[in-house]
Write a protein that binds this ligand. Structure first.
Ligand code: ADP
Length: 447
């Protein structure tokens, strides 16, 4: 096992990882930008190193600085969290060259899954069902038109290198296809430096369902069930549930086992998520995330498995501590993302937190990294915390969420908490009857 781990991240996820390390008796090193000097992950770590100025490109994405911090502190491993360098194959490779362990999958697996076209081809080979679409990249408008006609409109043009909803454009008909191709290409080129795009059938009323997996790189792999993350705004998830309420036990076990089998076959190491769209009883793979996800706590809650523990164990060369037949699903969990944003316009709302009182009590978990008197800097993602509730049934989880939202106080900045207080009174949310377009439609009608 490692004796010292460097956490190459900030905010709630840095704290989440730090807590797991402390419980495992591992020394922690926090890294931070200049403005993050007083951040909670820095205060709670055993050691900290300033790795650069405020822009993420000069600090949290600064590979030479992070390497130097490892060197100075003698950290043997790096946990990248999510975002920043977590899916950067080059970073994983550089660490390996410096004999520092990357707490995550191999550089090869990151790079396969980081290219959506390669990921889809790999998924197909592993027997994972995919969205109908082009067989790889489309090279010309005429080729795109031919394929779109075959799969039927509407179609989605997607960037091979895409992420966070960028480089994705919808074409309702042939007329719109040229523009969709051109804009997806230029957006992808600007954001990711590559302009390869592919086509996918646009599903009209799907749910976003994903499967949490963990592998140990030795051919062992388990799934921790499903999550429903259909409530999205601009392709960003805001509310997640486990297990996915729309699936039967048989469907959950079947899709879970397909994913766990793929993990064993790939000899995948670490945590990961297979993302699917689900419509009319069919699953369609869209991508795999080769890292810990924001919404991992809902899976932890229903399985009582600490995903970060397992990540650290397998990165240190140990076998998974759990077998599939030991994974059981208990009750229902819901997570809502607390962003420092205006709940109506979603404009970021950085600034001083004048008063902070997180919810507590039975079945409530709060993963956050703020405190009274903390100043949220304007440079990074607006996620400041996550409220996770658990109940014996979905209904109990909903009742508990309503109560916890009432208790939660963040004063001084605007947050998305009031949005969740509205959502939780909506009949379709209460009954779990929503698809990936539900939230956008709801927000548009409220304007
Ligand atoms: P990104 O990596 O940019 O997040 P994804 O491929 O994961 O892109 O897709 C993000 C979201 O876009 C999905 O959760 C879903 O809401 C929507 N989406 C993606 N592919 C399709 C599709 N073929 N049909 C309908 N919606 C889609």
């Amino acid at each position: 096992m490692f004796s010292k781990v460097l956490i190459a991240n900030r905010g709630e996820i840095a704290l989440r990882i730090l807590r797991a390390c402390k419980e495992l008796g591992i020394q922690t090193v926090a890294v931070h930008s200049t403005i993050d000097e007083n951040a909670m992950h820095v205060k709670l770590a055993d050691e900290s190193v300033c790795i650069g100025p405020n822009p993420a490109t000069e600090s949290y994405l600064n590979i030479p600085s992070i390497l130097a911090a490892c060197e100075i502190t003698g950290a043997e491993a790096v946990h990248p969290g999510y975002g920043f360098l977590s899916e950067n194959a080059r970073f994983a490779r550089i660490l390996e060259e410096h004999k520092i362990s990357f707490i995550g999958p191999s550089a090869e697996h990151i790079s396969i899954m980081g290219d959506k076209i390669e990921a889809k081809n790999t998924a197909l080979k592993l027997g994972i069902p995919c969205v109908p679409g082009s067989d790889g990249a489309v090279n010309s408008e005429s080729e795109a038109k031919k394929i779109a006609k075959e799969i039927g409109y509407p179609v989605l043009v997607k960037a091979a290198s895409g992420g966070g909803g960028r480089g994705m454009k919808l074409a309702m008909n042939e007329k719109e296809l040229d523009t969709a191709l051109a804009t997806a290409r230029s957006e992808a080129k600007a954001a990711f430096g590559h302009d390869a795009v592919y086509l996918e059938k646009y599903l009209l009323k799907p749910r976003h369902i994903e499967v949490q997996i963990i592998g140990d790189g030795k051919g062992n792999g388990v799934h921790l069930g499903t999550r429903d993350c259909s409530l999205q705004r601009r392709h960003q998830k805001i509310w997640e549930e486990a297990l996915a309420p729309s699936l039967s036990v048989e469907e959950t076990n079947k899709i879970g086992e397909i994913c766990a089998k793929a993990v064993r076959k790939l000899k995948y190491s670490g945590a990961g998520t297979f993302e699917f769209l689900y419509e009319n009883g069919e699953f369609y793979f869209i991508e795999m995330n080769t890292r810990l996800q924001v919404e991992h706590p809902v899976s932890e809650r229903i399985t009582n498995i600490d995903i970060v523990y397992e990540q650290i164990r397998v990165a240190a060369g140990e076998e998974l501590s759990i077998k599939q037949n030991e994974v059981t699903f208990w009750g229902h969990a819901i997570e809502v993302r607390i962003n420092a944003e205006d709940p109506e316009t979603f404009m970021p709302s950085p600034g001083l937190i004048k008063h902070y009182h997180p919810a507590g009590g039975v079945g409530v978990r709060v993963d956050a990294a703020v405190y009274q008197g903390y100043k949220i800097p304007p440079f990074y993602d607006s996620l400041i915390g996550k409220l996770i509730v658990h109940g014996r049934t979905r209904n109990e989880a909903i009742m508990r969420l309503r109560r916890a939202l009432d208790e939660f106080v963040v004063d001084g900045v605007k947050t998305t908490l009031p949005l969740f207080q509205r959502l939780i009174e909506e009949p379709e949310i209460i009954s779990g009857d929503y698809d990936i377009h539900w939230l956008e439609k709801y927000l548009a009608n409220k304007e």
